[in-house]
Design a protein around this ligand. Sequence first.
Ligand SMILES: NC(=O)c1ccc[n+]([C@@H]2O[C@H](COP(=O)([O-])OP(=O)(O)OC[C@H]3O[C@@H](n4cnc5c(N)ncnc54)[C@H](O)[C@@H]3O)[C@@H](O)[C@H]2O)c1
Length: 324
Amino acid sequence: MKRVLVTGGAGYIGSACTEYLLDRDYEVVVFDSLVTGHEDAVDKRAEFVKGNLADRELIIDVVKNGNFDGIMHFAAFSLVGESMTDPGKYFRNNLGAGINLLDGAVAGNVKSFVFSSTCATYGEPTQIPIPESEKQLPINAYGESKLMFEKALKWYKEIFGLNYAALRYFNAAGASKQFGEDHYPETHLIPLVLQVAQGKRDSIKIFGDDYPTPDGTCIRDYIHILDLAQAHMLALDVKESGHYNLGTGNGLSVKEIIDVSRKVTGHAIPADIEPRRAGDPPRLIGCADRAKEVLGWKPEFENAHDIISSAWSWVQKFPNGYDK
Ligand SMILES: NC(=O)c1ccc[n+]([C@@H]2O[C@H](COP(=O)([O-])OP(=O)(O)OC[C@H]3O[C@@H](n4cnc5c(N)ncnc54)[C@H](O)[C@@H]3O)[C@@H](O)[C@H]2O)c1
């Protein structure tokens, strides 16, 4: 049986990954400070250590004595807007605190390290779908902090032999049976649209309908969190350290997401057109052929209806998220 440390396992994606591993007989220790996560999002079958990766002694001690086969590192801050007003917060947490974890991985002789990276490391791409070979020129401090951690990983591999997979996800979406999306503040499109269907918001804002796309709204690649979880599990056995995109290769526009959500929820979901936001590329779609070929990844959720239905089921079960 494999033993895995999951940092950020009280967050949106980390909680579903923890559940996915436990369902497949892995032993999981969740390490999370709960700074943006929720105690109720920690799967009850996991061991939970409440702590901050910035506490260097603590995390090195946990990893050194934990007898882990692998580490999945989800813990980070991820609000793009905030990263442009308080970049230090992002570099300290996403890079600095993450380095403590890497030193723990070396001290604990951990065999593999799976990192939550992001398509935000590409900035404004020149090719669609985006291959891993695309130039990485982030346009915000969040993307830069993730790229810096990717670079640190390369050196930990070269110097200490730490095998790694930096998984560059596109837009994580959907829910598992137990765990779903409950961020505060919420900035992601699908949960915001579903809040309109729940009656928590009057309408959804569409930022720009004059982009060079078929319906004029921005196109993004939505990937289900259980497909992300499958890729993380496979990446624990990574033979070729490096970078892997995780996306569906199919984009959906903002208007398409709203239309599918109307069908799934049966709600009219009024929408208001607002001016474009700075720094929103018209299309972000990932080519995930490398993850399929090298990791053997087989995503299962390939249509928007299934992804949004899973999110809607979770929202109906937990109308106020984890807030009791
Ligand atoms: N949500 C997406 O669409 C998306 C897309 C690409 C990449 N990512 C990356 O995936 C990861 C998870 O994203 P999410 O949406 O689940 O975020 P989240 O905010 O829901 O989860 C992050 C978790 O990490 C914990 N955490 C943060 N800093 C910590 C620290 N120093 N010590 C201990 N715990 C800490 C938080 O309490 C939280 O539980 C992040 O690294 C994010 O950058 C997310």
